[in-house]
Design a protein around this ligand. Structure first.
Ligand code: HEM
Length: 297
């Protein structure tokens, strides 16, 4: 059958479900529409033309394309994950654990996809990376605002991380808002307190713009939740958060190993000590008491 157009004869109009089934049985299958007055509805929704023309390469090296696109793909996953964690944080504030769990569970599959996107860069040799490294100038993932929002949601707040973004008002405003808002973990601890668990006031009323520091009292609460069946929904929430923490740790480690392979112990384009700095970052536990409580259960 020839492709359908808006000038199609009446008998070629879009088939009703019953007609469609009948024509399929008869061996005829409707073809997609080809004729649109303006841009396609797909383009209007996805903006693929915008997305696939954002690859402004800075070198002649054929390997730079996959470096740039992998970075852009990761930025998109960061954006989705921030959306899920904000959804979860807002739901927890309303004591709505099922909505929070659904968002966190979605984020687990997204974190797996994010981590899988290391594959094309995981075995870069120093010579391959050098072919376009110079073209990156001082550009570094360290300056990723969306990654920083992920870190803030995990509780790793720091006002100094806003400094690189002073020149970009919208990005700076979004980060500043995120700095002052409770993190995902703050919302979890708020929920535990409302459910009668002994989260200390010093934790609940902490300065939200500072990094979350582990507390022995919070560790004791998780130990209690994990030691019996009485609070199964909260223990399940703890396990989903542990899954999140583990996958974030995997991203950091995959990044660390890829960096070690691609540049050894050279300094980073962002000005840090490179691998040594990333190693320190990778040792930090996300949701620390969820890990330490395990020794006491
Ligand atoms: C194999 C290629 C890569 C190398 C060699 C590399 C190297 C580095 C280095 C040395 C740092 C430390 C800061 C600095 O001095 O620049 C860094 C930080 C960072 N990179 Fe990469 N990177 C690579 C790929 C990527 C990709 C694809 C992303 C995705 C967005 C990314 C995201 C980040 C982030 C978010 C940080 C900051 C981490 C933190 O604040 O803890 N990197 N990278």
């Amino acid at each position: 059958m020839s492709p359908k157009t808006h000038e199609a004869a009446p008998e070629e109009r879009a088939a009703s479900p019953a007609e469609h089934a009948a024509s399929t049985e008869a061996g005829e299958v409707e073809s997609p529409n080809l004729d649109f007055a303006g841009t396609t509805p797909y383009e209007d929704y996805v903006q693929a033309d915008v997305l696939t023309h954002l690859q402004h390469l800075r070198s002649d090296d054929p390997g730079e394309m996959v470096f740039l696109v992998t970075t852009q793909v990761m930025e998109l996953w960061f954006t989705v994950i921030v959306h899920e964690w904000e959804t979860a944080a807002h739901a927890l504030r309303r004591d709505d654990i099922p909505t929070a769990q659904n968002a966190l569970k979605r984020s687990l599959r997204e974190l797996e996809a994010l981590n899988a996107s290391w594959r094309p860069l995981a075995q870069l040799t120093p010579a391959q990376f050098n072919s376009y490294r110079g073209a990156l100038g001082e550009g570094s993932g360290f300056q990723s605002a969306m990654y920083r929002r992920m870190e803030f949601l995990l509780g790793d707040k720091s006002a100094s991380m806003l400094v690189p973004h002073r020149g970009a008002p919208r990005v700076h405003a979004e980060l500043e808002k995120a700095l002052h808002e409770p993190s995902l973990y703050d919302e979890v601890l708020g929920l535990l307190a409302r459910r009668g668990h002994a989260i200390p006031a010093s934790v609940l009323e902490r300065d939200l713009t500072k990094r979350y520091d582990p507390s022995p009292e919070v560790e004791a609460v998780w130990t209690e939740l994990y030691s019996g069946d009485e609070h199964a929904d909260l223990a399940r929430l703890g396990e989903t958060l542990t899954d999140v923490a583990e996958l974030v740790w995997r991203w950091r480690n995959d990044h660390l190993v890829a960096t070690r392979r691609a540049m050894g112990s050279k300094t980073g384009t962002g000005g840090s000590a490179g691998v040594a700095w990333l190693e320190k970052r990778a040792t930090k536990n996300v949701f620390p008491e969820l890990w330490t409580a395990r020794s006491h259960v």
